[in-house]
Design a protein around this ligand. Structure first.
Ligand code: SF4
Ligand code: SF4
Length: 248
């Protein structure tokens, strides 16, 4: 294929599970490499590039260096894709934002609490323009491939705005509330094919909140099913601390 899109893959604060998921594309990796040229990827190769068609970026921004690097990536990239809950919402990292930063520093580093610079954990979109989100913790290979294919074909990927419950109902799953569990499906953005309820687990909200979520009603439902108001809030904060505080 002539003039293959030049691709870079980057990571910030996170467990790198989304990147590992990319490395595990055993069946599709050769096809992927046939359609793009990967020119920058710290986890898998040496080398840097000054111009990219597509950047896939994992992780939240949580240090001054992260902020500097994401601006550099944005400047040299045509299409910037946020990969996974940390990049899209701040993810679990954002739990640090709801506590005093001094307390967080002390709990993590003890007497060395000023050894490393730290900032509130932010989604990429709080600092630079993000063109496409691939949600989930970790993102699924299937969704990555859908987005990848659309981008290589020059099309805009479609991001679902409905809730996990709608996908769950389409799969004819028995609602886990009927089994005495709780679930964040009503306020969580679809796209995973209701993966957790399908396998008998509850949705923890890893794909982020739907547009205009009714958080109050969700909290009331959780409380009606036995959680304290505090625990209900904590359940919602697990992947959505930033969104609940109005950080997008
Ligand atoms: S199991 Fe969860 S996602 Fe499925 S219908 Fe019930 S609340 Fe919604
Ligand atoms: S069901 Fe919920 S927690 Fe499970 S993958 Fe989907 S959005 Fe994430």
């Amino acid at each position: 294929m002539a003039n293959k899109p030049r691709v870079g893959i980057f990571d910030f604060t996170g467990c790198e599970g989304c990147e590992l998921n990319q490395l595990n594309f055993e069946d599709q990796l050769l096809d992927i490499l046939e359609h793009v040229e990967i020119v920058e990827w710290r986890e898998a190769m040496d080398g840097r590039s000054e111009e990219l068609d597509i950047a896939f970026v994992e992780g939240a921004l949580s240090t001054p260096d992260c902020i500097k690097r994401i601006h550099e990536i944005r400047r040299k990239t045509k299409v910037l894709v946020a990969l996974g809950a940390c990049a899209v919402q701040g993810g679990i990292n954002a739990l640090k934002n709801i506590r005093p930063i001094e307390q967080v520093r002390e709990e993590v580093y003890g007497q060395d609490k000023y050894l490393f610079p730290t900032l509130p954990a932010l989604p990429l979109s709080a600092v630079v323009k993000v063109d496409v989100n691939v949600r989930g913790c970790p993102m699924t290979q299937l969704e990555f491939l859908k987005v990848f294919t659309a981008l290589v074909m020059g099309k805009a990927p479609i991001e679902p705005g409905n809730s996990v419950c709608t996908e769950c109902k389409l799969k004819d799953n028995e609602c886990v509330y009927e089994k005495g569990m709780i679930c964040l499906g009503p306020v969580t953005r679809a796209g995973c094919d209701a993966q957790c309820p399908t396998f008998g687990q509850y949705c923890t909200g890893c794909r982020g909140l739907v547009p205009e979520p009714n958080v109050e009603a969700m909290q009331e439902i959780l409380v009606a099913h036995g959680l304290s108001m505090d625990d209900a809030r904590k359940k919602l904060q697990l992947f959505n601390a930033n969104q609940l505080e109005g950080v997008s």
